[in-house]
Design a protein around this ligand. Structure first.
Ligand code: SF4
Ligand code: SF4
Ligand code: SF4
Length: 211
């Protein structure tokens, strides 16, 4: 049964509490991040002949980890079967089978898997599968002070967000089109994200994201 994240883009302030809670929970150093926040911005300022200034500038944030995609690119390229979908629908690498080849890191359009340089094995968000198995939510969801994140099966998310779920999309700029992997990511898009569909925006924190 597919499980994934609901993300309310209208609420997210880009505070990064989700990303830091994930780091803390997994005891990650600065070089590792299962969840990251994309800052996206666009538009410009225009000075009119009379000296007045008008702007159509916009900006928003996307909190992103692995989307536990229905058509996961990472599992398709893994030569050993280490990158797999578990019985709860979550996608993660089995360390005992991973050979550290890095194919999964190249296949994922969301840059979710990375090679752990200490272990020389693939490493990525596993949906906090041990917490989920115990009936808890992933640590990032629990930590968000704006309640911008949720996690569950598609049915659970639709039930918990009855007024928003039907309006969700699986992709906003600059995420890849949903056809790439059918991500289990349901985004309630902000007006700024709808404005960005014009295609004039850019990622503002490329260095932070390692892009
Ligand atoms: S987001 Fe990337 S790592 Fe996660 S399931 Fe999809 S393709 Fe695999
Ligand atoms: S790094 Fe590990 S999980 Fe990724 S494709 Fe190679 S064997 Fe599979
Ligand atoms: S903790 Fe919540 S509001 Fe803050 S960046 Fe993460 S999703 Fe956005």
């Amino acid at each position: 049964m597919p499980r994934g994240f609901f993300f309310d883009n209208t609420r997210c302030t880009g505070c990064r509490t989700c990303a830091l809670a994930c780091k803390d929970f997994h005891d990650h150093g600065p070089e590792q991040a299962f969840r990251r926040v994309i800052d996206y911005e666009g538009g410009s300022w225009k000075v009119a002949d009379d000296g007045t200034v008008a702007t159509d500038a916009y900006g928003y944030h996307i909190s992103l980890s692995c989307n536990h995609c229905t058509s996961a690119a990472c599992t398709k390229v893994c030569p050993t079967g280490a990158m797999h979908r578990d019985t709860m629908g979550l996608v993660w690498p089995d360390m005992s089978r991973c050979i550290g080849c890095g194919y999964c890191t190249m296949a994922c359009p969301y840059h979710a898997p990375a090679i752990d340089q200490k272990l020389k094995r693939s490493s990525k968000c596993d949906g906090c599968h041990q917490r989920v198995a115990a009936g808890q939510t992933p640590i990032c969801v629990e930590a968000c002070p704006l309640r911008a994140l949720d996690f569950g099966t598609t049915g659970e998310l639709a039930e918990r967000h009855p007024h928003d779920f039907d309006r969700c999309t699986r992709s906003i700029m600059p995420l890849p089109p949903k056809e790439a992997t059918t991500p289990n990511l349901f985004v309630l898009a902000s007006p700024a994200a709808r404005r960005a569909e014009a295609g004039d925006g850019r990622i503002a924190n490329r260095e932070e994201l390692g892009l």
